[in-house]
Structures are given as structure tokens and as C-alpha cells.
Design a protein around this ligand. Structure first.
Ligand SMILES: *Cc1c(COP(=O)(O)O)cnc(C)c1O
Length: 389
């Protein structure tokens, strides 16, 4: 779901006309990317934002910011895009897969039980725009001294008790790819309030040039290390600046349509609306219905699939841990850099290791809120789904 049009086309044309397509020009930080980062940080209520080439790159930069590496364990939920588990692996750390609860997000009690002396980060994922239980997770993380890296790739603009998702942990990650609330083709961002995390993320994002970046006020990186290149172009930044301006309107439109569906579907027979950790902060991109069993969920989809986008999360490919083949089968990029061999204890995976996650995902139907439809059309869809039309 995203919205893009003439303003973005004009902004791209202006970048091309300016001849200034790159973040760096003549050894200087160009204007658009830096300006977008400042606007994003302000909009999200954090000190620093760093634009990157993807959500995956943002997770890698955030984990690098925290110093995550070989021997470290990182807790991830069993329901997320595979990238959440690939990011720690890229750094030599190992993902520890933990159950979700009925909110479709990381279960705080299961998270507490999975912590070991080697746990160095927890990645709560705000899946389908739905906020995690940040009260419990922040309390747990503080009590155990473990940083939180929020994967807010699917929840850009959402909030929890009024604070934007991605701003509540030590760091947060956004994605701006095809499926996300705002887009620039491919892209992402790291959010953090911590100067040191930011500086290390900055170096990782551009190992060659971190000193070029103009950070009026912010200290320049002093401890360079061998980083990478996850820079975006000024073309992407020009698109993102306009997309950011659209974000709250997009969320308002989604939530208005979501509310129509909720009103029609609440308390009807056959399903329950999934509990949310924050209804007001939920992005409104999806509605989750829980059915008594898998057959009922599949029956609902078969009956209504022409009316609106419906997906059973269990069938959503690499969003379910047992379909993360490279992780489940512990296949490192290079046997000489095997994160599982560098781990401090044996970490194994099995298809049935998170039975509650599979049960919840199998009985749930996600309704994709029909953003492009008029309110009257959404009302008609709601009546059809509710069985009253
Ligand atoms: C999309 C997504 C990512 C990765 O984003 P990319 O921009 O595709 O790298 C990570 N985590 C979640 C939960 C996502 O949905």
C-alpha cells in the first residue's frame, strides 16, 4: 500500500535538472538527504535519523550501532519478514526465535524466558502496522539491561501511547519498499536517540565517507571502522520528503476505512477481532480476525476473496519462521564465518518450535484495508464480509 504521484514526479525532475543526484557532491553532503533525515527525526520524535537503502540495511546499521557481533544472540519473533533474522546473521550474531501472542507480535513472557547470558538485543516487530506490547518489552529490556531494536518496517508512522513506533527502543528501523506505508522504490531509515549508536550506524552506512555528512551540532564520528555503503541517492530523498508529508494523511485514510470494517465486523459470530496493544496507534493497514480453527479461517477467505484482499498470515511465505529456510537449516554465507559456530552455545531450530505462533497464524485472517476505495465502497465491503449484504 502506498500513494505516489505528480508531486514526486516533479521533485525527481528537479533533482535531475539540478545535476545533483548524489548524497555527496564535491566532498560535501548534498541538501536533500540531510534535510529528509532532519524532517524524519523531527516527525518521529528522535534525535537522529539516518536514511539507508533498505529496511534490512537499517537493521544491520542499528545492530552495528549497538556493537552486535559474533557470539551474540538476538531475539526475534517467529512472525516477521525473514530480514529480521538475516540482519543479526549478517553481523555474525545468531537469531533466537520466540513465540508471538494473539496480537501477532512478540510475546513478552516468551521473550523473558528466551533470554540467556549471551542475549545482546531484542527485536520487537510491529507486524502489519500493529504495535508490540512496548510497556512489557521496555520494562523487561530495562530490567535485564538488553537493548531493544524496533523493527517498524511495516509500521512507519504508527505509534504506541502517543510515541511513534521506532522511537521507543534504543534504535528503530523503517523500510520504504513496495509494501510499506511510504516508499521511494527501495529504502529505509534508522532512528535513534543515542549519539554513539548513531555514529556507528553512520559509519556502517558509509565506511568511506562518514566525515562528509553535515551534522550541525552532532559530534562527528571519531572511531571509524570498516563499514559498508548503504547510501541513498538524492532522487530517493526527494521522493521521501514528499512521502513523509503524506504519511499522516495516509494513516488517517487507512484508519477511517479500518474503523468502518471494525464497526461492521466486531462481535459477529465465527470470529473475534484480534486484540491490539494500541488501537489508536495501530497503522490501520490491516485488520486481524481470529477464527476458531484453520478450516474456518480458510473458509472465510474462500468465500470473500473477491471482495477484498485477504491473507492468512500462515500462508504469507517468508513472514513465518518455518519458511526461513536459510535460517532454519543454519546455512551461513561462508562456512568460515558461520554465526552458529561462533555462538556461545548450540542454537537449533525446528518447524514446530513455536507451536502457539503457528496456531495463531493459522487461525487468523488479515484483511488488507482497501485504501484506494471510497468510504461508501468500504461500507459495502464491510457489509459483505459481515454477511449482511
Ligand atoms: C519489509 C520488512 C523488512 C525489510 O525491509 P527491506 O526494505 O525489504 O529490506 C524487515 N522487517 C520487516 C518486518 C519487514 O516487513
Amino acid at each position: 500500500m502506498y500513494e505516489i504521484g505528480q508531486p514526486e514526479a516533479e521533485a525527481v525532475a528537479a533533482v535531475i535538472a539540478s545535476g545533483q543526484l548524489f548524497r555527496y557532491a564535491g566532498g560535501r553532503d548534498a541538501a536533500r538527504t540531510a534535510a529528509f533525515e532532519r524532517s524524519l527525526a523531527a516527525a518521529m520524535g528522535v534525535r537522529h535519523a539516518l536514511a539507508t537503502t533498505s529496511g534490512t540495511a537499517s537493521l544491520i546499521c542499528a545492530l552495528t550501532g549497538l556493537g552486535i557481533g559474533p557470539g551474540d544472540e538476538v531475539i526475534v519473533p517467529g512472525y516477521s519478514f525473514i530480514a529480521t533474522a538475516l540482519a543479526p546473521l549478517a553481523l555474525g550474531a545468531v537469531p533466537v526465535i520466540v513465540e508471538i501472542d494473539e496480537t501477532l507480535t512478540l510475546d513478552p513472557a516468551a521473550t523473558a524466558a528466551a533470554i540467556t547470558p549471551y542475549t545482546r538485543a531484542i527485536i520487537p516487530v510491529h507486524m502489519a502496522g500493529r504495535p508490540c506490547d512496548m510497556a512489557a518489552l521496555v520494562e523487561l529490556a530495562r530490567a535485564r539491561g538488553i537493548p531493544l531494536v524496533e523493527d517498524a518496517c511495516q509500521a512507519v508512522g504508527g505509534s504506541w501511547r502517543g510515541a511513534r513506533l521506532g522511537s521507543l527502543g534504543e534504535a528503530g528501523a523503517f523500510s520504504f519498499n513496495f509494501f510499506k506505508n511510504i516508499t521511494c522504490g527501495e529504502g529505509g531509515a534508522v532512528l535513534t536517540g543515542d549519539d554513539r549508536i548513531f555514529q556507528r550506524a553512520l559509519i556502517m552506512h558509509d565506511g568511506a565517507n562518514p566525515f562528509f555528512i553535515d551534522r550541525s551540532g552532532a559530534a562527528q564520528p571519531t572511531d571509524a571502522f570498516a563499514g559498508m555503503n548503504f547510501r541513498i541517492s538524492e532522487i530517493q530523498a526527494a521522493i521521501l520528503a514528499i512521502q513523509l508529508g503524506r504519511l499522516d494523511g495516509i494513516l488517517a485514510n487507512l484508519r477511517r476505512r479500518r474503523d468502518i470494517l471494525v464497526a461492521a465486523l466486531a462481535d459477529r459470530g465465527g470470529w473475534r477481532l484480534a486484540r491490539s496493544n494500541d488501537d489508536a496507534g495501530d497503522c490501520g493497514s490491516h485488520l486481524a480476525l481470529h477464527f476458531a480453527d484453520e478450516a474456518a479461517a480458510l473458509g472465510f477467505i474462500a468465500h470473500h476473496r473477491d471482495a477484498v484482499g485477504l491473507v492468512r498470515p500462515k500462508d504469507s511465505g517468508r513472514h513465518v519462521y518455518c519458511n526461513w529456510e536459510a535460517v532454519m537449516e543454519r546455512r551461513p554465507r561462508d562456512a568460515r564465518l558461520d554465526p552458529w559456530r561462533m555462538a556461545r552455545r548450540e542454537i537449533t531450530y525446528a518447524r514446530d518450535m513455536c507451536p502457539r505462533t503457528l496456531d495463531v497464524l493459522g487461525r487468523t485472517v488479515l484483511v488488507q484495508v482497501p485504501y484506494a476505495r471510497t468510504l461508501a465502497e468500504v461500507e459495502a465491503i464491510a457489509r459483505r464480509l459481515a454477511g449482511t449484504a
